[in-house]
Design a protein around this ligand. Structure first.
Ligand code: HEM
Length: 163
């Protein structure tokens, strides 16, 4: 009786092309996965200039809003520029960009201002309007609004503090 090879169909050539295909597929899978992972919200928003443009528009709307302008009355142009730059840095850093936020905590910088729920809702409305103006897609808009909403407890004063 003739001894049968354990895998009669699998020639060396076939094995090599199978392995090659597997390596190529794995390689494609890894690079597609890695690309998705490195696509930060920062990049999807359009990077630094896009974030700066949205922030400028957003702060312009906050200051122009009669309900919110009281928070900025008396602030010098330079102080407003400072807040603007810190907001840009904060969003850039929070969305995975190359910036470092060196400002104060949200609690330290907003505590005592007496920002109400209604002020917050008005501000969020302005942010949405700015994002819409720059045609930010729904997915990125939701992600940014989600990140900003985590700051709410430190920005909005507890109701008792506003009595
Ligand atoms: C109703 C909403 C808000 C109002 C009325 C408001 C108002 C203010 C005011 C008046 C200051 C200056 C405080 C001071 O120098 O004494 C300030 C600082 C700041 N705000 Fe807001 N803010 C609001 C929401 C937000 C949001 C949503 C963000 C983040 C996206 C933000 C980020 C900052 C930053 C980074 C600073 C500067 C912190 C620092 O001075 O180190 N604020 N805000």
């Amino acid at each position: 009786m003739k001894a049968q090879p354990s895998h009669p169909q699998l020639s060396l050539g076939k094995l090599c092309s199978c392995l090659l295909a597997a390596i190529l597929l794995a390689g494609l899978g890894v690079s597609a996965g890695a690309q998705q992972k490195t696509e930060t919200l920062y990049k999807r928003l359009g990077g630094y200039d896009a974030i700066a443009a949205v922030t400028d528009d957003f702060i312009g709307r906050l200051i122009a809003d009669k309900q919110l302008s009281r928070f900025f009355t008396g602030a010098s142009t330079d102080s407003k520029k400072r807040i603007r730059q810190l907001v840009v840095d904060q969003i850039c850093a929070a969305t995975g960009g190359p910036c470092v936020y060196i400002g104060r905590s949200m609690k330290a910088s907003h505590e005592g201002l007496g920002i109400t729920e209604s002020d917050w809702q008005a501000a969020v409305g302005h942010l949405v309007a700015s994002l819409d103006k720059f045609k930010v897609a729904q997915k990125e808009k939701d992600e940014l609004l989600g990140a900003v909403s985590t700051l709410k407890p430190d920005i909005v004063a507890p109701p008792a503090a506003n009595k």
